[in-house]
Design a protein around this ligand. Structure first.
Ligand code: PEP
Length: 237
């Protein structure tokens, strides 16, 4: 069976009710794109708004984070069951911004990954090395360790080199393929592996043409309807 192709937007901490409505309306005018699944991972407060707009459409809903706990005295946290109830299909776990800015380690990421699956959703697990780790020749050791920590049996995997996220400096198609091929050997054959890190309409087609790249996780460019749609179209086989 062919691996599913997927382009997921990560809106990060951007949006307003008005801008979300305009963006989703513009996306839905042109989706679906045949042969490519698409999703938007929106901030928690807008999940209900986006969920209502996306019900019955081809654009799937996702969240950007989740608590590893099922429920309880965890002020400010959001459980996987809550996200499932709001209609989320995907949840990003282990994004480098969570790892770096909020101190999430492999064990916590693994617990979040398991919580998402237990609630019937699909985790998008992010792995990636920093520039210092790449320059020290540690890329495979780092992404291998991050992957191993979750005992990955199913889900979506996203290779996101930290030095490429939000920097305008994407990995070359060859650099992405090299790491994707390493990851591919460590996950079930049908696993969708996304590349993320400064994907734009101008570089998407070359990266997505690599044999082990099945689509993208898109930050900045997912906030501009035309850019996101062009990137989804670039993922067609
Ligand atoms: C991301 O946040 O996952 C990401 C890849 O961001 P950007 O596309 O802006 O580099």
């Amino acid at each position: 069976m062919a691996r599913a192709r997927l382009v997921a937007g990560n809106w990060k901490m951007h949006g307003s009710r008005a801008s979300n409505r305009a963006l989703l309306d513009a996306l839905l005018k042109e989706l679906p794109v045949q042969g490519v699944e698409s999703a938007v991972c929106v901030p928690f407060p807008y999940l209900a708004q986006a969920g209502e707009r996306l019900t019955g459409t081809a654009l799937h809903l996702g969240a950007q984070n989740v608590s590893e706990h099922a429920q309880g005295a965890y002020t400010g946290e959001v459980s996987a069951a809550m996200l499932a109830e709001l209609g989320c299909r995907y949840v990003i776990v282990g994004h480098s911004e969570r790892r770096q800015l909020y101190g999430e380690g492999d064990a916590q990421v693994a617990a979040k990954f398991a919580a998402v699956q237990k609630a019937g959703m699909t985790p998008i697990l992010c792995v990636g090395e920093t520039l210092a780790e790449r320059e020290a020749g540690k890329t495979e050791a780092v992404v291998g360790r991050q992957l191993e920590a979750v005992r990955f049996e199913s889900g979506v995997l996203a290779y996101e080199p930290v030095w490429a996220i939000g920097t305008g400096r994407n990995a070359s198609a060859e650099q992405a393929q090299e790491v994707h091929s390493f990851l591919r050997q460590r996950v079930p054959a049908q696993t969708t592996i996304l590349y993320g890190g400064s994907v734009k309409p101008q570089n998407a087609a070359a990266i997505f043409a690599m044999p082990d790249v099945d689509g993208g996780l898109i930050g900045g460019a997912s906030l501009v309807a035309k850019d996101f749609l062009d990137i989804v179209k670039a993922a067609r086989t």
